[in-house]
Design a protein around this ligand. Sequence first.
Ligand code: PLP
Length: 404
Amino acid sequence: MRRVYMDANATTPLLPEVMEAMRPYWMERFGNASSIHLHGQQARASVDRARETLAEFFNCHAAEVVFNSGGTEGDNTAICGLLRPGDHFVTTSIEHSAILEAARRLADKGIETTFVAPRPSGLIDPEEIRRAIRPQTRLISVMLANNETGVLQPIEEIGEITRTGGAFFHIDAVQGAGKINLDVRRFGCHLATISAHKMHGPNGVGAMFVRRGTPIEPLLVGGSHERRRRAGTENVPGIVGFAKAADLAMQSLEDGTIPRLAALRDRLEAGILRIPGTGVNGAQAQRMGAPGPDFRTWESTNPVPRVANTTNIWFDHLEGEALVIALDLKGVAVSGGSACHSGATEPSHVLMAMGLDKTRARASLRFSLLRTTTEADVDYVLQVVPEAVERLRQLSPVVAGTLG
Ligand code: PLP
């Protein structure tokens, strides 16, 4: 049976070049980067080179790159490393649970959080961020791209607002990295978090941009690694692999890969939307009727920006989970919500925050393409999805009465 993986936002496979770059570091070049002998010096030089690559990726100085274990650690570090009792935190209700749960934990320590809701389109209105800021606001954290819908947030506008408000600004760039150009200077942020396994690098390694002078406390203490910003022996093979993945991602932003991926995603989306009773979550802004401030006018006349690889589609009259399983049996891997919550039966908090009702949120699927996804992969998915949807709907008593 043909197998098509369309769950890139959950994780991605290593590209062969990444595997090759990492290979020597498991056995021959196994040194601890803190050791002063030759093995240690080799490991240190490799980590330093990787740091230069990540600095280019973020558009920052090498000294502003901190390696860690991935997106969850980066998100937790931004929040727990900056906020103190009495501080106020502003974030959005569509963030990853690594942000939301960290914020909930800090509530017990006297740190209050305002969760800004998205517009029905999935976009965060920068004005809502401005309105949420108080004199005690110390940190604002907004994701670059949403993991479920792929919607890209107006980060530069939000960065501008945080500059005037005097708070620190963190971006969870885990789902934007490798899909759009990261430029922390342009974004105007103090902190940014990325994760290797979302961009064809290895699992369990990530990096943070920490702008020089940002007074962040480390989450992990012990050794003086990473300029005392993250203790623990460096994961040298992981870091080397991450740098290779970042290098390849930078190339793919220049070589036509992204428009190719967007065209494939659009074809997939258009094909699925031919099925009656379907629609896209987060693609078109809902027209809001009443004239509003500029952002809303813009939002109602422009397509909502999304990363090229993602589409999130609702299917009326079926359970999303049943469709995920039916597609899996046909060799197609997709996700019925955030993969990080798999096993949970609650409907997606992102789709609910956008105003979908529980039934429609539960009946939504995320298709997220790999950089290596082909035309033939899309053809296969377009062959099996309509069949699976029709079969499941025939089993549903509701459908018999509505769609005939
Ligand atoms: N932030 C976002 C937006 C994510 O999508 C994820 C993972 O899905 C994370 C953070 C957590 O990253 P990691 O899996 O590297 O811990």
